[in-house]
Design a protein around this ligand. Structure first.
Ligand code: ADE
Length: 346
């Protein structure tokens, strides 16, 4: 039997934005590299890349950004456009269904514009193959008509920069990956960086928050700016309704407990996954599809959203035979270990 979600189920730690969050995110989005907190090495490298291309009046090379959701890939793409003083058009892999959709996007670009394709691993093969000559030679190969009378046509495109973003670098084909000049891996933020992001957001949104309150929110934000900002919003509501408007450590603590986000930043979904692993599968090893079935979650969602952070915290580990719960997971859920543990893959 599946372990059911609890009543208080709120997707508070899902790093994928929901539609209502877009405006909120845009308000908080840093506009310049100097305002962007964290990812220091990436910022430094990007600054050189952008300044060098601008200095030579060249088009910036194609860039691939990858890493878990919510870490700021889209934000970085906007900043690159601003810093390079070029236009940007935003789309995503699933939104480009037919070759014609991509052809229309490409032919509407201006010289040096950025085309940002989020979830680029979800492009279909036909569309992807149109990208190859577009990226390499700025040309668009189109076929007019069908069968024996079909005609191939090659159109020149404006010189443009493709910025691809993905949470799954492994799902990108080698020919596509190879066409990017630079690949950047965004990693989870350090907690002090998350605190700074909360400080900045609170200032923009006029939220009264003490430094200890900030630390409490940061501790539970999964090292992810999008989640930090979302928790801040929820804690602000709680402070306003229950505590006179100011976020102290106690207010943050109470609000986050009410949201069932624990002190490692885990929510009910994470705990259900760990519980299933321990209680249904004796701690593993077990495949992702079995975990998905036991928790009524989609396997892709577990892999994209929950697993990276659980791995990062060392609560689960990957072995050749599947996922295992580590002693830290038993400890966190206060469960006794009553079997020999499988050695994780190092
Ligand atoms: N908001 C979201 N991500 C951010 C970052 N890295 N720096 C500043 N503000 C942010």
């Amino acid at each position: 039997m599946a372990i059911e979600p609890t009543v208080a189920e709120i997707d508070i730690i899902n790093p994928v934005p929901d539609a209502s969050e877009t405006l909120f995110e845009v308000t908080l989005r840093p506009q310049k590299l100097s305002e962007y907190i964290g990812q220091e090495k990436i910022k430094e490298s990007l600054k050189i890349l952008i300044d060098a291309a601008s200095g030579r009046k060249e088009t910036l090379e194609h860039l691939l950004l990858y890493g878990p959701p919510g870490l700021g890939k889209t934000t970085l793409a906007h900043i690159i456009a601003k810093e390079g003083k070029v236009g940007i058009k935003i789309t995503s892999g699933p939104a480009i269904e037919k070759s014609g959709d991509l052809a229309s996007l490409l032919t509407n670009l201006s010289e040096n514009d950025i085309l940002f394709i989020d979830e680029i691993h979800r492009l279909n093969k036909t569309v992807e193959e149109i990208l190859y000559p577009a990226m390499e030679e700025y040309s668009l190969d189109i076929v007019l008509g069908k069968g024996a009378g079909a005609k191939a046509l090659r159109l020149d495109l404006p010189k443009f920069t493709l910025i691809g973003a993905t949470t799954r670098i492994g799902m990108l084909s080698a020919p596509l990956r190879d066409r990017f000049g630079m690949t950047y891996r965004l990693d989870y933020y350090e907690e002090p960086e998350i605190e700074k992001i909360i400080e900045r957001s609170a200032k923009i949104l006029n939220i009264k928050i003490e430094s200890t309150g900030r630390a409490e929110v940061a501790k539970r934000a999964r090292r992810t700016p999008r989640i930090a900002n979302r928790l801040l919003k929820r804690v602000r509501d709680y402070a306003q309704v229950r505590a006179g408007g100011k976020i102290t450590e106690q207010v943050a603590h109470d609000a986050l407990n009410m949201l069932e986000v624990d002190d490692l930043g885990l929510d009910n979904n994470d705990r259900r996954i760990l519980e299933a692993l321990i209680e249904k599968f004796g701690g593993g090893p077990v495949g992702i599809t079995s975990i998905a079935a036991a928790t009524s979650e989609d396997a892709g969602t577990i892999e994209d959203i929950y697993e990276p952070y659980l791995l990062r915290l060392g609560l689960i580990a990957k072995t050749p035979k599947g996922r295992v719960a580590t002693p830290a997971a038993y400890d966190h859920l206060k469960k006794p270990i009553n079997k020999p543990l499988t050695k994780p893959l190092l």
